[in-house]
Design a protein. Structure first.
Length: 135
């Protein structure tokens, strides 16, 4: 998904990727009045669903188990650092918003939106590698 948009040159900022997926609020503004509504749901519904489902996992505390360390052993350190920063920040964001009394589904959408920002950052720091077509 990210490599496809990066290759076409459509996404230059994380906010553009968030809008492309449809995780930004709709805005109904006039003059000085600013009213934001539900998420736009524009763009790729499958990607948006996957991100929302992923965001539910941030209900639990940030930790790195043995299986995760083994699976991520060959990932570059700078990517793992971004991923760990995302894990800690998004778990904290979920807990902070939930403890403030926000609706759980709104908390999950907010976490998913911020997760897109971290995905964009990882994609920006990773070179595009040509893949062989599957047969």
């Amino acid at each position: 998904m990210e490599s496809q948009t990066r290759r076409n040159g459509e996404v230059n900022r994380s906010v553009q990727l968030m809008a492309w997926i449809g995780l930004v609020p709709a805005e109904y503004s006039s003059g000085k009045r600013i009213k934001r509504g539900e998420i736009t749901r524009a763009g790729n519904a499958a990607a948006r669903s996957m991100l929302i489902e992923s965001a539910w996992h941030y209900r639990f505390p940030a930790r790195e188990g043995r299986a995760l360390r083994e699976r991520n052993g060959n990932i570059p350190d700078n990517i793992r650092a971004i991923a760990w920063k995302a894990q800690v920040r998004l778990c904290g964001k979920y807990r902070r918003l939930a403890s403030a009394g926000k609706q759980t589904v709104k908390v999950v959408v907010a976490v998913a939106r911020e997760l897109v920002g971290f995905i964009w950052d990882i994609a920006r720091n990773t070179p595009i590698v040509a893949m062989e077509p599957q047969r």
